[in-house]
Structures are given as structure tokens and as C-alpha cells.
Write a protein that binds this ligand. Structure first.
Ligand code: SAH
Ligand code: F3S
Length: 451
């Protein structure tokens, strides 16, 4: 059985990316080795995203591409994992009959067992389905995770899975199930394990990461304080926070964990109009959100903020949309991810009346992006002349002579190479655009410290 090759493709959020690292780890532990391409693989797993229709359709079109491969290689096992698997279940087989295995995100611990069974049975296709919402999904043995990040100095660590909110547009509560939290001591054991292997940046993950509360009542506030006390941890991030659960206690802990706690917070607002926020069932209003931003900035003045916005939610009027634009002005975000509303089957919002034509929604998206671009340009200009430290990610995508890294504020900085992934470089910012900074090197780059 050993020497069989696997190939995993991942779409969607960091959570999915990290789940794939667990899937890979589980396969490696069973003697599988990575394949360089789909053609070379004995097992192909798609770890999928169902958040918007486009993401889901992409999965089906890629699955279509595997039909020929499966015909030539009947022993090949094709598995669909993640949120599309949970959302679509058996229906995947009717659209893509060459798929063998459909496994939801909370059942991914069983993928390896299914793969083995299918390979033993040698029946093609297998058509196995496992959509159980396993409570122990958070207890994946962390030593086995096969970290495939940009470099060895940064690692994702799951602390909570699932979501107990019920935003009317969102599939996540259904695809990922109810919240389950890891024990804080186990999380800290993982962090120490990572630091001993040279990791310096830890990013805690959860769909609602600030809802974290373990069986002993320890919260994200406690976890941040404890993490900041671990020698070798240099940068701490967490994502994604829900505004309703952004408590003063947590804000205090963030301030106390500075400077290790990176001054960047992703705090999805979705809309600036109370009417829309209510229809989305977000659990806060515009004023409440703005007050939290103020309370955060009172504690951490240098805090950079990012957000997610949905434009064209059913019934969103021009007036509602303008309130979102004015919220962008009020907050002055450093980063905004904006999406046109996508009706997802089975969600309450999909059944709401939606008279706005798609072209109008797209026009609103473009207006919002232009509006935010001007804000970001202005905010990034302020960095010119300042010294920053970046954790290097790799050569820049546009120009391979340029290298690229991120500041603690999560800003992308491009600078002249050569460098190496995972190095900490000190730079001086010389130029700024809406999406990135350019910089020159200063002497005194710190040890890249790989173990
Ligand atoms: N808590 C989550 C948020 C889930 S999805 C997290 O970890 O990021 C990420 C973003 O996708 C949401 O904040 C929302 O802005 C967007 N989104 C979710 N459902 C959507 C839908 N039906 N249509 C358009 N955008 C959506
Ligand atoms: Fe989705 Fe709302 Fe949870 S956006 S992930 S239901 S907080």
C-alpha cells in the first residue's frame, strides 16, 4: 500500500487551507506520498468552498476535467471534501458520477479510512458519503499536520470549528456545524511544538474565532495572554472575529498582548445600514459596530482594520448602499473584501424578495471598490518614510526580482531581493499604492532562525 500518491486541491478560506494540511498529514501517516500532478496521483481530493455560487460551480467544472483521467485509471480515488461536499451530499454523484467519495468538513478525519477501503475494494466508482458532524473533529493530532504554508516560520492553529450564528445569507452554520472548541492547554502545547520547530508567527483560526471558550471557561482573551508569554512567539494573529462577540475583555487582552499581537483585526461588518444588518440577522447595528471600533482604537491606536462587505443583499436600496459607503468613510479600513450577494440554496436570504437587477449590484460593487481604493491609497501614503519589519513570503508575483512580505499590520510590502521566505527584514517605505507598499532595505536584518 505504501508509496501511493495523493494530490489535494484547495479552494476557499484559511480554515480550508489548514484542513488540507490535516488531510495531507493523515495520508502521509498512512504511507502516502505527495504527487506532483493530478495525472500522477492515485488519490485526488478537492477541498471545496460553497460560500458563493461561483466558488461551488468552479468545483464542478474542475471535477468535469477529471472524467477522462478516471476513465484511463479506474483505480483512481476521487474525493470531494469541505463545504460543497456537506452542502450537496449525494447530489455530487449525479453531476459527477466518477467521484468516489463525498466527505464534509466535520468528517474529514475519516477520509483516510474511506480512501483505504475504496482502494482495497477496487470497485469504481465507490460512491461513499460521510457527512457526520463529528464533535471530535477539533482533536486532530497536531504532530501529524503536514504544514504547507508559504514558509516554515508561520503556522495556522485551529482553536474553534463551526459557527453558532445564523446569518441569513450564509451556508457555514450548515456546512461546518455547531461550534466546538479545543482545550486551551492543548492549543498551547501545539504552539510550543511549533515554536520549537522554528515557527515565529501563529495565526489562530475559527469561523468565529472570538467565540472561543473551552470546557474550563477559558476564552480567546486568556489564550492571547498565555500565547504572548511563550518565548519564541513573535507575531500573533487570529481570524475571523464576529463584531457581536468583540468584548471589552478581549480588547484589553489584545492590548496586553502587544507588541506580539499584530495590530491588524479582520472584523466583517457586511453592511452599514441597520435595515440590512437586521435582515442579515447579524446581531449588531451600525452604531454598536462603530462604538467597538472606537473602543479598539482607544486601546490600540495603531490598529489596522479589515472587513467583508456584501453588496446587493435582497432589498438593499440605493440609500442602504450609501450608508455602507459612509461607514467606509467613518471607519477608514485598511483592507476590504467586497462581494455581490450570492443566493445560496437553503438559506433564508435566498427566499427573500430581491428586485435589484444584477447589473445594478455589480455597479454598486464597483462604486464601493473605487471608494475604498481612495481611502486605502490615502492611508497607505502615511507609511512613506517609515521603517517597517516584514515577514518575507516569497518573490513578488509581478516581478521575480522583487520580494514580498507582510508587516504586522498585514500590509504587503515589495522590496528589492534577494531574500528568503520566512526571513524578517527591516525596510524603509518609499512608495505606496492602494494595495501595497514599496520599500528599500535597511541593514540589520534579523536571523531567519530556522530550526
Ligand atoms: N466567519 C467567516 C465568514 C464566512 S464567509 C469567516 O471566517 O470568514 C466570508 C465572507 O463571505 C463573509 O464575511 C461574507 O462577507 C461573504 N459571504 C458569505 N456568504 C455570502 C453570500 N451568500 N453571498 C456573498 N457573500 C457572502
Ligand atoms: Fe457565516 Fe455569519 Fe457564521 S457569516 S460563518 S453565519 S457569523
Amino acid at each position: 500500500m505504501s508509496g501511493r500518491r495523493y494530490y489535494i486541491e484547495t479552494w476557499g478560506c484559511q480554515m480550508n487551507f489548514h484542513d488540507s494540511e490535516k488531510l495531507a498529514g493523515a495520508l502521509v501517516r498512512e504511507g502516502y506520498v505527495p504527487a506532483r500532478s493530478r495525472e500522477e496521483a492515485d488519490v485526488i481530493l478537492f477541498n471545496t468552498c460553497a460560500i458563493r455560487e461561483k466558488a461551488q460551480e468552479k468545483v464542478f467544472s474542475e471535477l468535469g476535467q477529471l472524467r477522462g483521467l478516471k476513465a484511463r485509471k479506474p483505480g483512481l480515488v476521487i474525493g470531494v471534501c469541505g463545504c460543497v461536499a456537506q452542502q450537496e451530499g449525494e447530489r455530487i454523484f449525479s453531476r459527477a458520477p466518477h467521484v468516489d467519495l463525498v466527505v464534509g468538513p466535520r468528517a474529514s478525519g475519516s477520509v483516510v479510512r474511506w480512501v483505504r477501503q475504496l482502494q482495497r475494494a477496487d470497485t469504481a466508482p465507490g460512491h461513499r458519503v460521510d457527512l457526520a458532524y463529528r464533535e471530535d473533529s477539533v482533536r486532530f493530532p497536531f504532530e501529524a499536520i503536514k504544514r504547507e504554508g508559504l514558509h516554515r516560520r508561520k503556522a495556522f492553529v485551529t482553536i474553534i470549528e463551526g459557527c453558532n450564528h445564523r446569518c441569513t445569507f450564509c451556508v457555514v452554520p450548515r456546512t461546518r456545524g455547531r461550534e466546538v472548541c479545543r482545550d486551551m492547554e492543548e492549543v498551547l502545547a501545539e504552539v510550543r511544538h511549533l515554536v520549537a520547530r522554528g515557527v515565529c508567527e501563529i495565526e489562530y483560526l475559527g469561523q468565529t474565532v472570538n467565540a472561543y471558550r473551552d470546557a474550563h471557561g477559558r476564552t480567546l482573551a486568556d489564550l492571547l495572554r498565555a500565547t504572548a508569554g511563550i518565548e519564541g512567539v513573535e507575531r500573533i494573529r487570529f481570524t475571523t472575529s464576529h463584531p457581536a462577540q468583540m468584548t471589552e475583555r478581549l480588547m484589553d487582552a489584545m492590548a496586553a498582548a502587544r507588541p506580539k499581537l499584530c495590530p491588524y483585526l479582520h472584523l466583517p461588518v457586511q453592511s452599514g445600514a441597520d435595515r440590512v444588518l437586521r435582515a442579515m440577522r447579524r446581531g449588531y447595528d451600525r452604531d454598536g459596530y462603530l462604538r467597538k471600533v472606537e473602543a479598539l482604537r482607544a486601546r490600540i491606536p495603531e490598529l489596522s482594520l479589515g472587513t467583508d462587505i456584501i453588496v446587493g443583499f435582497p432589498g438593499e436600496t440605493e440609500q442602504d448602499f450609501r450608508e455602507t459607503l459612509s461607514l467606509l468613510d467613518a471607519v477608514e479600513y485598511d483592507m476590504v473584501y467586497a462581494f455581490v450577494f450570492s443566493a445560496r440554496p437553503g438559506t433564508p436570504a435566498a427566499a427573500m424578495e430581491d428586485p435589484t437587477p444584477p447589473a445594478e449590484k455589480l455597479a454598486r460593487l464597483h462604486r464601493l471598490q473605487a471608494h475604498q481604493r481612495a481611502i486605502q491609497e490615502r492611508r497607505n501614503q502615511r507609511w512613506i518614510g517609515r521603517e517597517v519589519e516584514v515577514l518575507v513570503e516569497g518573490p513578488s508575483r509581478r516581478d521575480p526580482r522583487e520580494w514580498s512580505g507582510r508587516t504586522p499590520e498585514n500590509r504587503v510590502v515589495n522590496f528589492p531581493g534577494p531574500s528568503e521566505p520566512g526571513a524578517l527584514e527591516r525596510l524603509r517605505v518609499t512608495e505606496a499604492s492602494a494595495h501595497a507598499l514599496r520599500a528599500v532595505r535597511l541593514s540589520g536584518t534579523r536571523e531567519s532562525g530556522a530550526a
